[in-house]
Design a protein. Structure first.
Length: 328
């Protein structure tokens, strides 16, 4: 082959190698090129749905593509998170999971649909929110002690509802029941809004869910909050005692909601999702609305959120074992 031909061939090979080397980066640079699917793992009307709907348009403005809400309730939030875990690792499917949906639900399943540390990529923690014990406004139970005494006097006849089997509110209710040494019947609902309605209509004697679903009904007297599982009284509810004050210590009912996607999504795409989520949560109007609901915006690093998931796995695994709850 003449020298000139060899030179041309070498040049073409070098050019091809350069194109191939930059193709993945170019594809990531172009991301997103279509709408992003945002899974809400609970029925409309709850705090998870509220937060996602605040975040979606603000994330869309940052990313330059639509962020489309898709409601997929079930199994205490596990169903929706599982969709994200099994999606293609391209960043086009995200979910706003909760402590229940990401950590507790899989721990309570005999055959977990996913492993949160293996099958999910943490994007960012989004919010922290307390899960109180609530009763109907006309309930004869004025205090947590009243509720416990009624359950002790009527084994298996007092009911408590939660926003889904396997969620943090469900497990918190079980821990309270066991700590108090009483029998209460758990009634699961498909999200916070249906649970709040059940409390309002006295379909259940008590209910546990994220505080925001009860907030509109507290001032009107339609719902009464008996206790919160926080270290200190909440600034939103200064007159409501902690569980420890009512004689039930060492139960933390703080819930968290965080953004996740499938494991294997490229770091550059995770960075863009995180930046968009942080921008949404830091928007002054969004932050104000979140605070008005009794929640706290809590954006942070991926590493911190990943570490939180691992800590929560250890905490709730121990709680499930100590409570004697068997995987189903």
């Amino acid at each position: 082959m003449p020298a000139s031909a060899r030179l041309v061939a070498a040049s073409l090979l070098s050019l091809l190698a350069a194109v191939l080397a930059t193709a993945p980066a170019s594809a990531q640079d172009a991301w997103p090129s279509r709408a992003i699917r945002f899974i809400v793992p609970f029925a409309p009307g709850g705090s998870n749905d509220f937060t996602a709907r605040l975040m979606a348009p603000r994330m869309a403005a940052r990313l330059g593509q639509q962020v489309v809400i898709e409601t997929r309730p079930g199994a205490g939030g596990v169903t929706g998170v599982d969709i994200a875990a099994k999606a293609a690792p391209d960043g086009y499917t995200i979910a706003l999971g909760t402590a229940g949906g990401i950590v507790i639900g899989p721990l309570m399943a005999a055959r977990p649909p996913f492993d949160p540390t293996r099958d999910l990529a943490a994007v960012t923690l989004a919010i922290n929110v307390q899960v109180p014990v609530a009763v109907p406004g006309a309930s004869p139970y004025r205090t947590m002690r009243d509720l416990i005494d009624a359950a002790r006097a009527n084994p298996g006849r007092v009911t408590y509802g939660s926003s889904g089997t396997g969620g943090l509110p469900h497990l918190a209710g079980e821990l309270i029941r066991i700590a108090a040494g009483v029998e209460m019947v758990h009634v699961p609902y498909r999200g916070g809004a249906p649970l709040a309605l059940a409390v309002l209509t006295a379909e259940v004697n008590a209910g546990l869910s994220d505080l925001p679903v009860f907030m509109p009904h507290i001032a009107s007297g339609q719902v009464r909050i008996l206790a919160v599982g926080a270290p200190n009284r909440l600034r939103f509810l200064p007159d409501v005692p902690t569980l420890a004050e009512t004689g039930i210590p060492n139960i933390d009912t703080n819930n968290w909601h965080g953004l996740v996607t499938a494991a294997g999504v490229p770091t550059a795409i995770l960075d863009r999702l995180q930046a968009a989520a942080h921008a949404a949560l830091s928007d002054p109007e969004a932050a104000r609305l979140i605070a008005e609901q009794g929640m706290e915006a809590a954006p942070g690093s991926r590493a911190d959120f990943t570490a939180l998931i691992v800590r929560e796995q250890n905490r709730w695994r121990g709680a499930i074992q100590s409570a004697g709850i068997r995987p189903e």
